[in-house]
Design a protein around this ligand. Structure first.
Ligand SMILES: [Zn+2]
Length: 112
């Protein structure tokens, strides 16, 4: 069994609170260090990396449709936590990832 290493740091692109760095580092901003939902979101990306035998790292960066599905899946995991908010996450998906998707379309993928 492989576990990710969680690093509390401000060294993350400004639009994100957390970031998965393949192969097994998860970076979380200090102000979100106790945000179990965000950590679960990043652990889901780690699992995507393991499940695809590492292909996730390439697909995520070069195939928008894969990136969208990977984020929808990670935000669905995050939605199970008390701070999870589908409207906020749909807004994130439509604005933070350079994906050609509206907030309404993202919301449908999250809860539809
Ligand atoms: Zn994500």
């Amino acid at each position: 069994m492989i576990f990710p290493r969680i690093e509390i740091t401000e060294d993350i692109p400004e639009q994100y609170g957390g970031q998965f760095i393949p192969p097994w580092t998860i970076k979380i901003r200090p102000k979100y260090k106790d945000d179990a939902g965000l950590i679960a979101h990043e652990i889901e990306h780690f699992k995507q990396f393991i499940r695809t035998l590492g292909l996730h790292a390439i697909l995520y960066n070069f195939v928008d449709k894969y990136k969208l599905l990977a984020e929808v899946k990670a935000y669905k995991v995050q939605l199970k936590y008390p701070c999870g908010n589908a409207l906020v996450f749909a807004d994130f998906i439509s604005t933070k990832y350079n994906l050609a998707i509206t907030k309404e379309e993202a919301l449908k993928l999250l809860i539809g």
